[in-house]
Design a protein around this ligand. Structure first.
Ligand code: AMP
Length: 280
């Protein structure tokens, strides 16, 4: 496994690999890897010949007062996980490499980024799409892999790739959960043992909604209220949003007819967590 810090060198390597007729898969991450990330690298390894993982805590997708500084980092452990999971190359750029003095070009997907996390984290998705566009340009993979855990991000990136004619397949993979149902996240380490228990309420609320929906409840106001009730039973929970939206435009819907996405963001203590479930 090789570790790259210079975009130029990684681009040259991938070019060489592709010349040999090999397929290249790419998994962008912010590191502090867990099974959620590794499910993506394993899928990439299954689909393609050469797997690149990037580890970069992207400063421009964090808002003021968010957790950029304390975001968990452990590069040694990440590299060893990559090595043991068939990753071929890891890209670990420095911030000053990605954002040189005078950097002034941003990628912004409109509309899809208005609601859900876009509403509570202004500028977040602009930071995400900008860095992912840069990474896709540097790596130039055949396929890039993203998790359904960040449902809005995945849809936004698909839109960006289509709008900008990027010749890259975007694959979205299922959410990997802890045994008790908590969606895996690098941020879960922030949780105290009590908060860790309370954090389960996010998935519990989604399962409750899925159960009610299966039994015929299609009214999203009622479903959302139920989700809120489940989460607000917890002492340290503060809801950012609970929303049922259509899968394409991510706009709130009154009644569920086709496929819908139930999504939640909540703070448990100081930790902001997200989760979602597909209805249909
Ligand atoms: P992050 O390091 O949190 O930016 O995540 C990097 C990629 O891993 C994104 O595409 C995430 O959606 C994906 N990911 C994170 N957690 C999970 C999970 N629990 N299950 C599946 N994919 C995940």
């Amino acid at each position: 496994m090789e570790v790259y810090r210079e975009p130029r060198l990684l681009s040259a390597k991938v070019k060489k690999i592709k010349k040999q007729g090999k397929g290249v898969g790419f998994v962008p991450t912010m590191g502090y890897l867990h099974e959620g990330h590794l499910s993506l690298t394993r899928k990439a390894k299954k689909d393609t010949d050469y797997v690149v993982v990037s580890i970069f805590v992207n400063p421009i997708q964090f808002g003021a007062g968010e957790d950029l500084k304390k975001y968990p980092r452990d590069l040694r452990r990440d590299l060893s996980l990559c090595r043991n999971n068939g990753v071929d190359a890891v890209f670990v750029p420095a911030s000053k490499t990605m954002y040189k003095p005078g950097f002034s070009t941003y990628v912004n997907v409109e509309g899809l980024t208005d609601g859900l996390c876009g509403a509570s984290r202004p500028g977040h998705f602009k930071g995400v799409t900008t860095v992912v566009a840069k990474l896709l340009n540097i790596v130039n993979p055949d396929t890039a892999y993203f998790g359904q855990k960040d449902a809005q991000q995945a849809i936004v990136i698909k839109q960006m790739a289509a709008d900008l004619d990027m010749p890259i397949k975007i694959k979205i993979m299922p959410i990997i959960r802890e045994k008790d149902g908590l969606a895996m996240s690098s941020r879960n380490v922030y949780l105290s043992p009590l908060e860790r228990k309370e954090a389960l309420s996010l998935y519990r609320s989604l399962r409750t909604v899925k159960g009610l929906w299966k039994r015929g409840e299609k009214n999203t106001e009622k479903l959302a209220r139920k989700m809120r009730d489940v989460i607000l039973k917890e002492k340290h929970a503060e809801i950012d949003y609970v929303s049922i939206v259509d899968m394409k435009a991510l706009k709130p819907i009154k009644r569920i007819s086709g496929k819908a996405l139930a999504a939640v963001a909540a703070k448990i203590g100081k930790t902001r967590l997200i989760d979602n479930i597909i209805l249909g």
